[in-house]
Design a protein around this ligand. Structure first.
Ligand code: PLP
Length: 373
């Protein structure tokens, strides 16, 4: 028996995506830039997928730039705008490293978040001025699941830096939230298929009409000169099929998974003495459960859970040979020792009551075992 509770890392590919991809790997395998029948069939698949992705993200088909995933979409937004406009760029301190390190690479600035992981609007206000060309704020956080109020962020940006573009990393949001509506204020939106039932290695950046970005990859000039490289045709079709399935089932999935997540979080808080839930559950995406077990090292806990069939992840990372607390938890003000005792359990479209039963059986025992003198 196995409980896969690491959907924020990657999620199984939906059958709709597999079905869309298979014929493009075997029969219609052409390079869509070509002129013959097999190439044209591939081109049609890319065009059709672009329409689906555009509808799901609330943009025009020409505003979709296919990339090799979320990391590339984030880098293209930040480095692509910076190459055209220069200036200063600002992001939230709890962004994914794909944003944080790209902003850092061009000498930008990270601003504070509150104890739930949401950007501090006063700190943002103070960090902005007329020299700022781009502000990047994620729609949903990958570690703790906190959802941003992008309308409120956009209001601060318009007032303090009217010329700046707003980019949002919606990589963790799409499975759970109506990105088309919630990110309507954004000029640039990143998504990644493998977080919502599409394959790994494919994503997209929405670049609204009128926003000029320089390419970060040079070559054949695909994607209207914005992203060179032969299209990942099967990946693109798989992403579109997964998006359509997510949108069709999203309300039902969110309701079902919220119930599972609440049972998991409440069960752990009740069964493990001293357990602390990170952030504010009411402001999180449905799949996110983040807990801390003071006195327990998360790396040791993960190994015990793995032995017992529970796949989870920790709020820490191995940097230069030492275990360091995650930058997200640090930015939220979680004390270092507590951050090093945290567990991220992330649910997804395949999660079931059986997964929660196993987690609730295994985790309290494992924590108890590690706490034994
Ligand atoms: N942004 C966020 C919020 C993520 O969670 C991830 C993946 O963990 C990425 C970006 C990077 O996406 P990809 O794995 O497709 O490069």
């Amino acid at each position: 028996m196995q409980a896969y509770l690491d959907h924020a890392a990657t999620t199984p590919v939906r059958p709709e995506a597999v079905a869309a991809m298979l014929p493009l790997l075997t029969e219609r395998f052409g390079n869509p830039s070509g002129v013959h029948a097999v190439a044209r069939a591939a081109r049609t698949a890319v065009d059709d997928a672009r329409d689906v992705v555009a509808t799901a993200l609330g943009c025009r088909p020409g505003e979709v730039v296919f990339t090799a995933g979320g990391t590339e979409a984030d880098n293209l937004a930040i480095l692509g705008v910076h190459a055209r406009r220069g200036g200063r760029m600002v992001c939230a301190a709890a962004e994914h490293h794909a944003v944080l390190h790209a902003i850092d690479a061009i000498g930008g600035q990270a601003v504070a978040v509150d104890s739930s992981g949401a950007i501090d609007l006063d700190a943002l206000d103070g960090a902005l001025d007329g020299d700022v060309t781009l502000v990047s704020v994620m729609l949903a956080n990958n570690e703790v699941g906190t959802i941003a109020d992008l309308d409120a962020v956009a209001e601060v940006v318009r007032r303090r830096a009217p010329g700046a573009l707003l980019h949002t990393d919606a990589v963790q949001a799409f499975a759970w939230l109506d990105v088309a509506r919630l990110a309507a204020v954004a000029d640039l939106i990143s998504v990644s298929a493998h977080k919502f039932g599409g394959p790994q290695g494919i994503g997209a950046l929405v670049v609204r009409d009128g926003v000029d970005i320089a390419p970060i990859l040079h070559g054949g000039g695909q994607e209207r000169e914005r992203r060179s490289g032969t299209h990942n045709v099967a990946g693109i079709a798989g992403m579109a099929a997964a998006m359509a399935a997510v949108v069709a089932q999203r309300d039902a999935t969110v309701a079902r998974v919220t119930t599972l997540r609440d049972r998991l979080a409440d069960g752990l808080l009740a069964a493990v003495p001293g357990a602390v839930e990170t952030g504010d559950r009411a402001r999180k995406v449905a799949g996110s459960c983040h807990v801390r077990f003071p006195g327990v090292e998360s790396e040791a806990l993960l190994l015990l859970l793995d032995d017992a069939g529970v796949c989870a992840s920790a709020g820490s990372a191995c940097a230069s040979g030492a275990i360091e607390p995650s930058h997200v938890l640090t930015a939220m003000g979680v004390p270092r020792d507590e951050a090093l005792s945290s567990l991220r359990l992330s649910l997804g479209w395949t999660s079931t009551d059986d997964d929660i039963d196993l987690a609730l059986k295994v985790i309290p025992d494992a924590v108890g075992h590690l706490r034994e003198p």
